[in-house]
Design a protein around this ligand. Structure first.
Ligand code: TYC
Length: 102
């Protein structure tokens, strides 16, 4: 009764191996207008960074154009992106958060 489920099951295996779920990088993008202090606050509040790490990540984004805030399941990554972009818009800053498959 063991049939190939289309995920690489060898014909002599009893059960198919399930593919691990994809992971997503949550990214912060640089812009010319969002205050550095606001970006640090976002990293502290939404990504549980202490001030030192948040400042390091903010400066990386500021100098390199983008940076990784964390790596999550699709659901958590989508929620973080929406929370950060809503929060930035509420405060009338152009700060953008995005995600890409890790
Ligand atoms: N470049 C912004 C400034 O000079 C600071 C900044 C850092 C903005 C990181 C966005 O994701 C960002 N005020």
């Amino acid at each position: 009764p063991d049939q190939d489920q289309g995920q690489g099951l060898a014909l002599d295996e009893a059960r198919p191996e399930l593919k691990p779920p994809p992971r997503f990088k949550v990214l912060l993008l640089n812009d010319d207008y969002t205050p550095m202090e606001f970006v640090v606050e976002v990293l502290e509040v939404f990504f549980a960074m202490d001030r030192e790490k948040a400042t390091r990540v903010m400066l990386h984004v500021h100098t390199r154009g983008k940076g990784v805030c964390g790596i999550y399941s699709r659901d958590i990554a989508e929620t973080k992106v929406a929370q950060v972009n809503d929060y930035s818009r509420e405060h009338q800053h152009p700060l953008l958060c995005a995600m890409e498959e890790a």
